[in-house]
Design a protein around this ligand. Structure first.
Ligand code: NAD
Length: 374
């Protein structure tokens, strides 16, 4: 079973509110039960004596190809929280690879951002551990792990995608193209055409993806209102693109056609739901819903949620095809591919009267099953 399709949920204690408001990290986690319930193949606890690095490596599924998943380094409150994040993110990667129709599965490396770790030695150690898996797991960037860290790993393993290896800037560019394509498909479904010059889009986070997405929206003629915690960054991008800024923490309240969270996940929870004033919710951040049930609530509220694991697969598609087939998939092709999957999910959601996130989870399961039996 894949996440979102059943009742099992890993929602407690996610970083930066990636769990529901009121969740507690004191909740017990039974690793083997959790693995069996969600079909995990392997979870590896890692500790490097030399550097002090501690991490969890979750391999959710390698039945149709290697697992893909980046390395998240975060100041978790404790190791249970890190383990939960690892499980949840690895599961989501299997959904993403299945929906993207890739001969691949999902995994994740989650590193505890502790004091006194020798990070260079630690990442080299991670490189050796990834190498020992002999191609069952390919890794790359995620929150807390960028070009510098992956550069430390590269001499130890070939199973790592460095940010510029698949083409300079191509990974966030591919993600932004996928998110734009998903929004475009959603507006076509609602109104028959995207009609960008009449749209207001709120973009939360003007980082690698948010900036590129804002640029694409401005080029399409949309009005963009954006926020970033980093005021210097926000001002630079706003000036370059001539877009309006809103204070972080107020972006949810701005009435708009599309709200695009491109900062961190977990922003749709019991408290934030009532504040959303958009028609479409589509963004790059992973695990936007604190719990799958929040996707049902969005559906009830009449907000069209285009699931994150459908629209933010651009970098994964680019990186996976680069490693598996040795080619650099054009960004336009990635956008078109994500638009097709988005339309399939949304059309089916309308026909079945079900929330898109549930439909996307079912479709991921079906695609994975079909690939397994072919
Ligand atoms: P990034 O770190 O480059 O940018 C994130 C930006 O959000 C930063 O500028 C940060 O200051 C800002 N931010 C953080 N909290 C905020 C808040 N509360 N309000 C406003 N701004 C805030 O990250 P990115 O590569 O652009 O990725 C954005 C999101 O998309 C992340 O959640 C990432 O995991 C996800 N994602 C990225 C890719 C990719 O290709 N880079 C692929 C899939 C998913």
């Amino acid at each position: 079973m894949l996440p979102g399709s059943g009742s099992a949920e890993y929602n407690a204690g996610m970083p930066h509110g990636e769990g529901d408001a009121g969740d507690t990290t004191t909740m017990e986690i039974h690793v083997l039960d959790a693995m069996a319930r969600e079909g995990f193949e392997q979870v590896i606890a890692l500790h490097d004596r030399e550097s002090g690095l501690r991490a969890f490596l979750g391999l959710h599924d390698t039945s149709v190809g290697p697992a893909f998943g980046g390395i998240r380094r975060w100041q978790y409150r404790d190791e249970r929280e890190a383990l939960r994040d690892c499980l949840r993110l690895a599961l989501a990667m299997t959904q993403k690879t299945a929906l993207a129709d890739l001969p691949a599965g999902g995994g994740k490396l989650v590193v505890l951002d502790l004091p006194k770790v020798d990070w260079e030695a630690g990442y080299r150690y991670l490189g050796r551990e990834v190498e020992r898996l002999a191609g069952r797991f390919y890794t790359g960037p995620d929150v807390g792990t960028g070009a510098r860290e992956l550069g430390w790993m590269a001499p130890e393993t070939g199973f790592v995608t460095r940010p510029d290896e698949a083409g300079p800037g191509a990974l966030p560019e591919s993600t932004a193209a996928g998110v734009f394509a998903g929004m475009d498909a959603a507006l076509r479904l609602l109104d028959g055409e995207p009609d960008w010059p009449r749209r207001r889009v709120v973009v939360q986070g003007l980082g690698e993806v948010g900036e590129r997405l804002s640029r694409a929206l401005v080029e399409a003629g949309a009005t963009v209102i954006a926020s970033d915690l980093d005021a210097d960054r926000a001002e630079r991008v706003a000036e370059e693109l001539s877009i309006e800024l809103v204070d972080p923490s107020h972006e949810l309240d701005v009435p708009c056609d599309v709200f695009a969270p491109c900062a961190l996940g977990g922003i749709v929870h019991d408290l934030s739901l009532a504040r959303l004033s958009c028609r479409v919710l589509a963004g790059a951040a992973n695990n936007l819903l604190a719990r799958p049930a929040h996707g049902d609530r969005l559906h009830e509220l009449g907000i069209l949620y285009v699931p994150d694991f459908v629209v933010n697969a651009g970098a994964l598609i680019r990186g996976a095809l680069f490693h598996l087939e040795g080619r650099r998939e054009p960004v336009e092709e990635i956008g078109a591919r994500i638009a097709r999957t988005t339309l399939e999910v949304l059309d089916r959601a309308v026909q079945e009267g079900r929330p898109p996130a549930r439909v996307a989870a079912s479709l991921a399961e079906e695609r994975l099953a079909a690939r397994r039996s072919s």
